[in-house]
Design a protein around this ligand. Structure first.
Ligand code: FPP
Ligand code: K
Ligand code: ZN
Length: 507
């Protein structure tokens, strides 16, 4: 929790706890936790419950088929009451009616597991609309144009839509954002940024085709990336901008998909003598971003966060096979402990960092870390099909699917952070990506469709649907599988890479 200047932190120790010996869990519950929880629950459930009976009845009412783990507050509570624990309690109160399937603001039908259906039609309408004009209030999003395109295309693709009819529109929208000095800006006339370039390249990959691929000036992209490379191995996100793991991940995605030369472009070779390749020192830089908690921060010395963990692990998984790159640059047991702590009960969703709240977008940022970790633990793949022995899944697919379908669907379409929040295209994209992650097992094989050796392990991923007998969602709600590194369909990543491999080299 950040300290806000001028605002006192609201930390209260219950008197009983200070005066007497430590309380048993049962006593703690009785003294404050339970009372407070009940009050919150009564207030909130009263508003949402479809039951006409009193508070106590409403509290116990839930759709049939939901395990108690997902309908009751946690039995263990920290006796220290702070602003953080208050926020967590308020979040629980907001989520519980949705997890139980008894909120008025929730659409059915509910299946035998008490899980609501995916409102596919509403979400499709929401995303197609997100590709159209915006009211004046959205002017701040003018620097996120490639992102707005990417989030919509990715969400539509996940829900099975063919986005190739949007090809020409996507090309003409992105064309003015490419700068003659390399890369894509966030909008017309804006400086190139690695995040907007990443979103632009992935959007072009999704619509596919020669016209889309030919839009990219690979030579200036390569030269621009050279200008962003830093002498500690990392990348700045733009010239004169910050250096962080987003830069490392976005640069690696672009280099590997566009089949750019690994050599530093001319000029940089003399400035960064120890780093003859764009990828040199990058894994070591990422290693320095692992924190005392085991998670990964945006840059060395700052706080571990799920979004940065994904960037770092996906970047390592591009640089080489995860069982080599992740295993040798991360403390895996510590990383596992921190990543496991991101999934909460009863919510089922993931938080981005210690002592913070679940948020639907971490269904991807944290959820997509898991296949990369699983691959690192599974070791070198022995065949072109699924591994015969695997550590298997290391997070609760059921919990995440319940959080997404019960708490993250806005009744008017689009997906969101949590109940009470508006939908937006960022959350719609990443919540759906997370849902897809719960519906598939991702694994690496020993074969890649690429002609070149470099990055072959990044292109060796495959997936198969989870076992329907273990799924809590309806089979009709299964989404398209996304590549765990490139966050687009496997085929889209492969086709783009193969097209550039067949082009004449940049130098
Ligand atoms: C905290 O927000 C969020 C961050 C510190 C990281 C945000 C970064 C991303 C979402 C993705 C970056 C990746 C790419 C590829 C550009 P918060 O304090 O509002 O949320 P919290 O309370 O959940 O931590
Ligand atoms: K958040
Ligand atoms: Zn979010």
């Amino acid at each position: 929790m950040p300290l806000v200047a001028g605002k006192r932190r609201n930390v209260r120790f219950p008197l009983a706890h200070l005066k007497t010996a430590p309380l048993t869990t049962a006593q703690q519950k009785q003294k404050h936790g339970h009372q407070k929880q009940n009050l919150n629950l009564k207030n909130r459930l009263g508003n949402h419950s479809t039951s006409s009976s009193g508070g106590e009845m409403a509290e116990s009412a839930a759709q049939p088929g939901i395990p108690a783990l997902f309908t009751q507050p946690p039995s263990l509570r920290d006796p220290l009451v702070t602003e953080t624990t208050d926020l967590q309690d308020a979040t629980l109160s907001k989520c519980l009616p949705f997890l139980k399937g008894i909120s008025d603001a929730q659409k059915g039908p509910f299946n035998a597991n008490g899980v609501p259906a995916l409102q596919r039609g509403d979400h499709l309408d929401y995303l197609y609309d997100a590709l159209e004009d915006y009211p004046a209030g959205f002017v701040a999003m003018d620097s996120s144009r490639p992102w707005m395109i990417y989030w919509s295309l990715a969400g539509l693709t996940l829900m099975g839509e063919d986005v190739t009819p949007l090809r020409q529109r996507v090309i003409e929208s992105l064309r003015p954002m490419q700068n003659p000095t390399g890369g894509f800006g966030g909008g017309h006339g804006q400086v190139s940024h690695l995040a907007s370039s990443y979103a632009a390249i992935l959007s072009l990959a999704m619509v596919g085709g020669s016209d889309a691929f030919a839009l990219v000036d690979r030579k200036t992209m390569w030269q621009w990336l050279g200008n962003l490379k830093q002498n500690d191995g990392g990348f700045r996100v733009c010239e004169g901008g910050e250096e962080d793991v987003r830069g490392a991940y976005c640069a690696s995605v672009i280099i590997s998909l566009l089949d750019l030369p690994l050599a530093q472009p001319p000029g940089r070779q003399n400035e960064l003598p120890g780093l003859s390749k764009l990828t040199d020192g990058l894994a070591e830089y990422l290693s320095r971003c692992q924190t005392f908690e085991g998670g990964i921060s945006g840059s060395p010395g700052s706080e571990a966060h799920g979004a940065y963990a994904f960037c770092a692990l996906a970047c390592l998984s591009i640089l080489g096979p995860p069982e080599e790159t992740i295993a040798s640059h991360m403390d895996l047991p510590l990383l596992l402990s921190w990543l496991s702590a991101r999934q909460y009960a009863p919510e089922g969703g993931f938080s981005g960092r210690t002592n913070k709240l679940v948020d639907g977008c971490y269904s991807h940022w944290v959820g997509s870390c898991w296949p990369l970790i699983q691959s690192a633990l599974d070791g070198h793949p022995q065949s072109a099909s699924a591994p015969s022995t695997t550590v298997g899944s290391l997070f609760s697919h059921e919990g995440l699917a319940r959080y997404i379908l019960s708490c993250c669907q806005h009744p008017f379409g689009g997906l969101r952070d949590k109940p009470g929040k508006h939908a937006d295209s960022y959350h719609t994209c990443y919540v759906l990506t997370g849902l897809s992650a719960t519906q598939h097992h991702h694994y690496r094989t020993d074969s890649s469709p690429c002609a070149k050796e470099n990055f072959s392990s990044a292109f060796s991923w495959q997936s198969r649907p989870t076992n329907p007998e273990e799924d809590v969602f309806e089979q009709g709600d299964r989404l398209t599988a996304f590549h765990p590194i490139y966050v687009i369909p496997h085929q889209a990543a492969e086709k783009m890479r193969l097209w550039y491999e067949a082009e004449s080299p940049v130098v």
